[in-house]
Design a protein around this ligand. Structure first.
Ligand code: WTA
Length: 649
């Protein structure tokens, strides 16, 4: 089978930063001499208060894992994203804020205004006693204050941890406690898709489970009524008016943490992924510019939420480090209707647009009539992220949004990697629908034989995806648990960073991500640990046991399939299914809502009591003809019952 290949159009190649020859030359230089390549980029792209003398100091050996870049360099991230631009682009729009309701006017925030807002927010944090290294939880809607809060932390050297506004009070409390945050910044309510989430009351509920020293800073965004606890709650906007409009930046070491972002893994509680100041910002800057072929003056729109890494790197840090105009969108693709994205692109003359395959599939399902009548001629590059894109969605995006002329960058990366790892570059890489194509500069992907861990050198192959050497945007540790960091990423395959994904490499050396090989599922581009959903389910008093797997879902990519064994004497019913669904929503958040629940009188287990997830996955995928060996099961008959009563027929 030959895959359809789309070479970049001649006019794109002509204007692009990088063409194919440059890519090959630079890639070779970046991996053969990373110190020179990254040292030059770091000096070119960032302002340093104290220059670094050492570029790379990294070790992937289990027991000694240590990742440091530019370790004796001193800089400030907020200075790099704001202050250094003021002389040349103070009046340029830094952030375009497009509210949930299209009737509410958009806001254009200039770099000068951003500087003032961030400084004021920083002074508010200082007034609350937030110091260098303290943790600040940000639980906000997609509003400019979220950007101010992140950059204010960076300005004073505090470490932010943004919690997606769709997470429940329990999930919020776990994160506040795990990083022992001093302050939570939230808003009264969050409008999204015409509905409102009560963020402040969620925060109130979360704080019942946290130290009573945690302060609560509230952005009065909608003006909705909330409870107010004197001595704990602070009106951020009012305070911002009172403090000074200026706040000096704090010189930070390149290796000082910039932020923690919690993400799901195959086991246990979500991990606090720690990113650095210098290496991360450099990687955000270079990938935002080169992957999207961003040029000065372009309007850049990453449609993710700042609650995820994509929002961190490609709404805030990458674009602002590059002096870009970045668009922040509070709403959803389908409100008031499925034309909203195209309307926003037309309205703000967006040049680069970045979204997730799940959104493309949802909009594809709504039909092309929603695209018609919107002028999309400003667009130059389209991107996708979060999950493999099926060729049908790729072609729809290409035909209807790109009008067959625009490069599509399918970017493979992770919370842990800080920025793009495998991706086409618009003027350089011929694309193939469904392939993330080739590695970014400095990234050395390898395909390993899953059981032996041997690197496979043949070009055309399949196996697990790992990375051979460090890159500046790599996560540095799991917050408070370096051992877990080593165990999760460096122990299964010695000497490599193991990404958790499987892949195939074709005869042209193109990478095709085949999905997670661990117990992580990807629901609408959101990472979900099946163990998290299971522990939420078994926390319900009527549930004895639960096993959760993913199954193919037309729009979401994967859906959440739950096998539930009830306590003795409990009767299965549709009402109980509803109750369990709501239960998981309150324990974790709506994104973890089970799609299918099957009552399981028993789960397939080995004689040593281990649940055979492989079998459960096959049944959920409706592929039970390929169950494989079931002879090691303690009671093979449970499988027949599960097949008989499967939900995904
Ligand atoms: C998946 C999101 C295929 C993958 C930036 C990865 C992808 C996980 C792609 C990370 C892509 C992300 N093609 N799969 N272009 N991009 N993934 O941490 O399984 O939320 O391991 O980071 O998403 O999800 P995370």
């Amino acid at each position: 089978m030959t895959d359809q290949t789309y070479p970049p159009a001649a006019d794109i190649v002509k204007n692009a930063h990088i063409d194919i020859a440059t890519y090959e030359k630079m890639y070779e230089a970046s991996v053969s001499d990373p110190d020179t390549f990254w040292g030059d980029e770091a000096r070119k792209r960032l302002d340093w208060i104290e220059p670094f003398t050492k570029v790379k100091d990294t070790n992937f050996t289990l027991g000694e894992v240590s990742i440091k870049w530019f370790e004796d360099g001193v800089l400030n991230v907020a200075h790099n994203c704001i202050d250094r631009h003021l002389a040349t682009r103070g009046d340029q729009t830094a952030i375009i804020f497009e509210p949930d309701d299209p009737e509410t006017p958009a806001q254009h925030i200039t770099y000068n205004e951003l500087h003032e807002k961030v400084s004021r927010m920083a002074n508010v944090l200082l007034a609350q006693g937030v110091m260098r290294g303290d943790r600040v939880i940000i639980y906000l809607p997609m509003i400019p204050e979220a950007a101010y809060a992140m950059l204010a932390c960076a300005r004073i050297g505090a470490i932010h941890s943004v919690v997606f506004a769709g997470f429940s009070p329990d999930a919020l409390a776990n994160r506040i406690n795990d990083c022992q945050a001093k302050v939570v910044i939230t808003a009264d309510t969050a409008p999204r898709g015409g509905k409102r989430t009560a963020l402040k009351s969620n925060t109130d509920a979360a704080l019942l489970h946290c130290s009573d020293k945690v302060r609560c800073l509230v952005v009065k965004h909608t003006g909705d009524q909330t409870t107010w606890i004197e001595d704990r709650d602070v009106d951020v906007k009012a305070m911002m008016e009172q403090v000074a409009p200026d706040c000096p930046v704090r010189p930070m070491n390149a290796e000082d943490p910039l932020f923690i972002l919690y993400t799901s893994g195959s086991t246990g509680k979500p991990k606090g992924v720690v990113h650095s100041s210098g290496g991360y910002l450099l990687y955000a800057s270079i990938t935002q510019e080169l992957t999207f072929d961003y040029h000065d003056g372009d309007v850049f729109w990453c449609g993710a939420d700042v609650g995820w890494v994509t929002g961190h790197t490609y709404i805030i840090y990458g674009p602002l480090a590059n002096g870009a105009t970045t668009l922040m969108f509070e709403g959803v693709p389908t409100y008031p209707d499925a034309s909203r994205f195209w309307q926003v692109i037309d309205k703000h003359k967006v040049n680069q647009f970045y979204t997730a395959p799940t959104a493309i599939r949802a909009l594809m399902g709504a039909g092309t009539s929603f695209v018609e009548g919107h002028d999309l001629s400003s667009l130059k590059v389209l991107g996708t992220v979060g999950e493999p894109i099926n060729p049908e969605a790729w072609n729809w995006y290409n035909d209807n949004i790109g009008k067959g002329k625009l490069p599509i960058v399918d970017t493979w990366w992770q919370t842990e990697t800080g920025g793009h790892m495998i991706t086409p570059l618009p003027g350089a890489t011929p694309t193939k629908p469904g392939s993330a194509t080739k590695p970014f500069f400095g990234v050395q992907p390898v395909v390993l034989e899953p059981t032996s861990g041997e690197e496979i050198h043949e070009t055309k192959t399949e196996g697990v995806l790992a990375i051979k050497d460090s890159w500046p945007g790599q996560m540095r540790t799991v917050y408070g648990d370096h051992e877990r960091f080593e165990k999760t990423y460096f122990s299964d395959y010695k000497g490599y960073y193991f990404a958790g994904d499987g892949c195939r490499r074709d005869e042209d050396g193109y990478y095709w991500i085949t999905g997670r090989v661990d117990d992580v599922i990807n629901v609408s581009g959101h990472r979900m640990g099946t163990a998290e959903v299971e522990s939420a389910l078994v926390a319900h008093s009527k549930v004895a046991e639960a096993a959760v797997v993913g199954y193919p879902h037309d729009v979401k990519g994967q859906g959440i399939y739950c096998y539930v064994t009830l306590m003795n004497g409990e009767e299965p019913s549709d009402d109980l299914k509803k109750e369990l669904r709501n239960w998981v929503r309150t324990e974790i958040g709506p994104i973890a809502s089970p799609d299918l629940i099957q009552w399981a009188p028993g789960l397939p287990k080995t004689r040593s009591g281990k649940i055979m997830r492989r079998i459960l996955r096959k049944i959920a995928e409706n592929d039970y003809g390929a169950l494989g060996d079931t002879s090691t099961l303690a009671d093979p008959s449970v499988v027949d019952d599960l097949i008989e009563n499967r939900m995904n027929k």
